[in-house]
Design a protein around this ligand. Structure first.
Ligand SMILES: C[S@@+](CC[C@H](N)C(=O)[O-])C[C@H]1O[C@@H](n2cnc3c(N)ncnc32)[C@H](O)[C@@H]1O
Length: 195
């Protein structure tokens, strides 16, 4: 665990905009996000920007079976640390903006939930779309894309993306305090797809 902090902080010094946090997320934030996942929904749980695995650990402790967890991380040294710490989960070393390709390669056609700690508020609208749209398509009705952020406003551009978003949790015990947002397709879009 102490090694995780050192690895994370060292990478933050080199790539502050990509790592976007000085320390990994707190246990409390991990617990809050995991409690928002309905593991009874079918499909794998996708974690985006898994880092050293703080949220991964929370998902496993909340009862997510290892074989249902897919952790995506762009930084190879962090992905290697994840694989060492959490054998049995699927780790994708790659960019979240190429999710369509990753889904096709791995044959993923459905998702239970998405848990993201990507620094997504810094991404362009096009990059946000490339991440959120394929996820919402595989989540289906009732599925949520959970995003943590340190900002008070929505970190995802809901209007340009034509999606619904609401802040559903506030976690003081995190450095800095965090908000959790849930994004979904608007209800009328789901109704149109069923017709
Ligand atoms: C704020 S850290 C969160 C790390 C960890 N999940 C936690 O909560 O402690 C953001 C993580 O997202 C990763 N990341 C940033 N941009 C990414 C991208 N485009 N694709 C995949 N991972 C990315 C970073 O390398 C970093 O590990």
């Amino acid at each position: 665990m102490r090694g995780d902090y050192a690895l994370f902080f060292g990478l933050w010094l080199q790539k502050p905009l990509q790592i976007a946090a000085v320390t990994p997320s707190s246990k409390r934030l991990a617990q809050v996000m995991a409690e928002l996942v309905d593991f009874d929904r079918p499909g794998p749980v996708l974690e985006l920007g898994a880092g050293t695995g703080s949220l991964t650990r929370g998902l496993l402790q909340a009862g997510c079976p290892r074989h249902r967890l897919i952790a995506l991380e762009r930084e190879p040294s962090l992905a290697a640390a994840l694989q060492r710490s959490f054998p049995g989960i699927a780790t994708i070393v790659g960019d979240a903006t190429a999710l369509d390709e990753h889904f096709a390669e791995l044959g993923i056609d459905r998702l239970c939930a998405v848990v993201s700690s990507l620094p997504i508020k810094w991404f362009s609208v096009a990059a946000q779309r490339a991440i959120v749209e394929p996820c919402l398509a595989l989540l289906g009705p009732g599925g949520v894309f959970l995003q943590m952020t340190n900002a008070f406003a929505s970190p995802i551009a809901v209007e340009p993306l034509g999606i619904a978003g609401e802040r559903i949790a506030h976690v003081w015990r995190n450095l800095p305090p965090a908000q959790v947002w849930a994004y979904s397709k608007p209800a009328d879009a789901n109704a149109r797809e069923k017709q």
